[in-house]
Design a protein around this ligand. Structure first.
Ligand code: ATP
Ligand code: MG
Length: 458
């Protein structure tokens, strides 16, 4: 039977982790005149929603009881305050199931086995009741539903709306400080203005100064041309000072003056340059202690600490570790054309028990490695290989006279895993002496320490 639609052109998104049932319904909806897009998870779907107008999202719940995928889908969709645009298709509707959906604000639930015409009538009804496209989700790339991280999302939302207020983001290495900084920028009124970042731990002092403030021609021997500093380039947008806890005191003084007066001079310059922007800074250091010990200027601390966001470590985010792990499993399946279908029960237990010193970054690396190693089937604890400090990852590097010979394992390897291995090896060869390890890798001690922290190797 053809339903009552005269001409339907609205786009419907279907999220179906198994991609089997969606094939059937998308054909039916297509015949009715709808545009249909199918996605294997809500993150993919949200990316599409950011650029396109969607009138209804149909979520096919997975047959296998894999809560991770499913809960993360619902969480992201309901976070975006679009519950009236969502239709759940499930196998069984028990009272418990209904209660669960209603708790999430989802009231449109149907059985998969229901008559297809009933389903089409429901779609027609929902689209014609809503009549507005799906509201774009704000933070679709940041996964988490634990209350601790939800508080962070709410702050991010409020801060984005605030006019240019300074934000200080705190949290252990790899917790997502940069991700949050970008999210604030992207959701603010200045989103179309530049987002400029500088990593205060990655550059030696003299370079840092000229990067920050720029220089005039002739200011020093190598200053052949005038160069604008990053502060200047960030005008009207956002300037993100990452690892600010590592900035030396001399530059702290210069910076606090520039931030307070919104005026500075290029190195070797005599002209005042006025700027206006949102300042964000991040650190994983105990800056309060650094202030007490005299390593961090109190005036800079107060200047930055206007709105403060603390990102909790991953080990304190409950079941989020499974949600995020699942998100990365999907991402790396796609990136590396693999088909890891989920996690074994033991792997899930391990993910929840492990303390994650390197937080989300460490989790991301572990999942990428597991996906590459496994290719298909369920991810096992052995593939996760957590807490490994010295194991070989199959990557070999040999320096000949004029070039470097590299061997990449058959399963491939991420650059991050290679960097991690180099860092571990340098420490091993230097018997833990960081200055020696830094010399082996031709890095400054600061840069080495920054990278060790980044990989949770300190
Ligand atoms: N909640 C999250 N959901 C999805 N991905 C995340 C989440 N949090 C962090 N990530 C990812 O983890 C990695 C590390 O995040 P990020 O670089 O923002 O951390 P950081 O706190 O700035 O780390 P560092 O202190 O080492 O600079 C990035 O690839 C980021 O995209
Ligand atoms: Mg960072």
């Amino acid at each position: 039977m053809k339903t009552m639609l005269a001409k339907a052109t609205e786009t419907i998104a279907i999220i179906d982790p198994e991609k089997s049932y969606s094939y059937f319904i998308s054909q039916e909806l297509f015949i009715e005149g709808y545009e249909v897009e199918t996605f294997s998870d809500a993150i993919e779907c949200n990316r599409f929603c950011e650029k396109n107008e969607i009138y209804l999202v149909i979520v096919c719940t997975p047959q296998v009881n894999d809560e991770c995928d499913f809960v993360s889908s619902l969480q992201i969709l309901t976070e975006a305050e679009n519950p009236e645009h969502i239709l759940i298709l499930t196998d069984s509707i028990s009272e418990d199931v209904l209660k669960y959906y209603h708790g999430l604000g989802l009231h449109h639930v149907m059985r998969r086995q229901d008559d297809i015409n009933l389903f089409k009538r429901m779609v027609y009804k929902l689209i014609n009741t809503v009549r507005t496209p799906f509201k774009k989700p704000a933070f679709s790339n940041i996964i988490g539903e634990d209350n601790s991280i939800k508080e962070v999302f709410h702050m991010v939302e409020r801060i984005s709306q605030s006019e240019m207020a300074t934000v200080f983001i705190r949290g252990e290495s790899g917790t997502g400080k940069e991700l949050i900084a970008r999210a604030i920028h992207e959701n603010s009124r200045n989103a179309n203005q530049p987002f400029v970042e500088i990593n205060c731990a990655a550059l030696p002092d003299h370079l840092l100064e000229s990067e920050l403030f720029g220089y005039e021609k002739g200011a020093f021997t190598d200053a052949k041309h005038t160069k604008k500093g990053l502060l200047e380039l960030a005008d009207q947008g956002t300037f993100f000072l990452d690892e600010i806890g590592d900035l030396n005191v001399r530059l702290q003084i210069k910076l606090v003056k520039a931030l307070e007066e919104k005026v500075f001079r290029r190195v070797g310059g005599t002209r005042d340059i006025n700027v206006s922007m949102r300042i964000m800074a991040a650190t994983n250091r105990d800056v309060e202690k650094a202030v007490q010990e005299g390593f961090f200027r109190e005036d800079l601390y107060f200047r930055l600490n206007v709105l403060s966001i603390h990102i909790p470590p991953l080990r304190e985010r409950g079941r989020d570790v499974l949600l995020i792990a699942d998100h990365f499993r999907n991402q790396f399946n796609e990136e590396h054309s693999c088909a890891m279908s989920g996690f074994s029960t033991d792997a899930k237990k391990l993910l929840q028990k492990y303390p994650w010193p390197g937080n989300v970054r460490e989790l991301k690396n572990a999942i990428e490695r597991a996906v590459l190693l496994g290719q298909k089937g369920k991810i096992s604890p052995a593939q996760l290989d957590l807490g490994r400090r010295n194991g070989s990852n199959g990557f070999h590097l040999q320096q000949n006279e004029n070039d470097i010979a590299v061997n990449i394992p058959e399963g491939g390897i991420s650059l991050e895993a290679v960097e991690r291995a180099l860092l571990q090896k340098s420490l091993e060869m230097a018997a833990g002496n960081k200055s020696k390890a830094a010399r082996l890798l031709h890095l400054t001690r600061e840069t080495l320490r920054y990278r060790l922290r980044k990989f949770g190797l300190e």
